[in-house]
Design a protein around this ligand. Structure first.
Ligand code: URA
Length: 195
């Protein structure tokens, strides 16, 4: 591992069997904003990139709404290999992959880490999290001794099952962009040109 990418790992026997490849984070190595998901699904496992399926297109929409492009942010997961039948990663699997996340976040040193859903929120905050209730909360966390700021978010897939979560999700991403000092700005362009 060069701090960001894991090229070989056999710590989790079930995941070694179920994965077709290790899915590392994508995005700038100096990103101010990091999105943390749970684990790769089928599409991610096939393409070798996090959040490229349906959840990924919702995340892309929310990023666009907040004035960001996917290339502006880093997107990674708590666990880098697809669990069988898309089950949640076990505590042992989360523990086995934790050091990789620690190294990745230490290397990137972002302004903010957005935890997408219950598993990443609880993994980073190290307590149980009522994600719907706590969505939008900023929490100081430590990983590998390093301090980070986390923003709790519902998982983008939650918006598929519950329309009311869509607004929560989109608002959280706008807030994330603001906290990280990114997003909508006039980009230095004068609006006088419109007149
Ligand atoms: N859901 C996740 O939590 N991570 C992905 O990479 C894709 C979907």
């Amino acid at each position: 591992m060069d701090g960001l990418a894991v090229t070989a790992c056999e710590r989790c026997p079930d995941l070694v069997d179920s994965r077709s490849q290790i899915v590392n984070g994508v995005g700038p190595a100096d990103a101010e904003l990091v999105f943390l998901g749970e684990a790769p699904g089928k599409n991610e496992d096939e393409e070798g990139e996090p959040f490229v399926g349906r959840s990924g297109s919702i995340l892309d929409d929310a990023l666009r709404d907040a004035g960001l492009a996917r290339a502006d942010v880093r997107i990674t997961n708590c666990v880098r290999c697809r669990p069988p039948e898309n089950r949640d990663p076990t505590t042992a699997e989360l523990g086995n992959c934790r050091g990789y996340l620690t190294q990745e976040l230490a290397a990137i040193d972002p302004e903010l880490v957005v935890t997408l859903g219950k598993v990443p929120s609880e993994h980073l905050l190290e307590r149980s999290v009522a994600v719907t209730k706590e969505a939008g909360d900023v929490v100081d966390v430590r990983l590998g001794g390093e301090p980070f700021r986390a923003l709790v978010s519902v998982h983008p897939a939650a918006t598929l099952y519950d329309g009311s979560q869509r607004e929560t999700f989109f608002e959280t991403i706008v807030r994330a962009a603001e906290i990280a000092g990114l997003g909508e700005s006039d980009g230095g362009q004068s609006s006088l040109g419109e007149f």
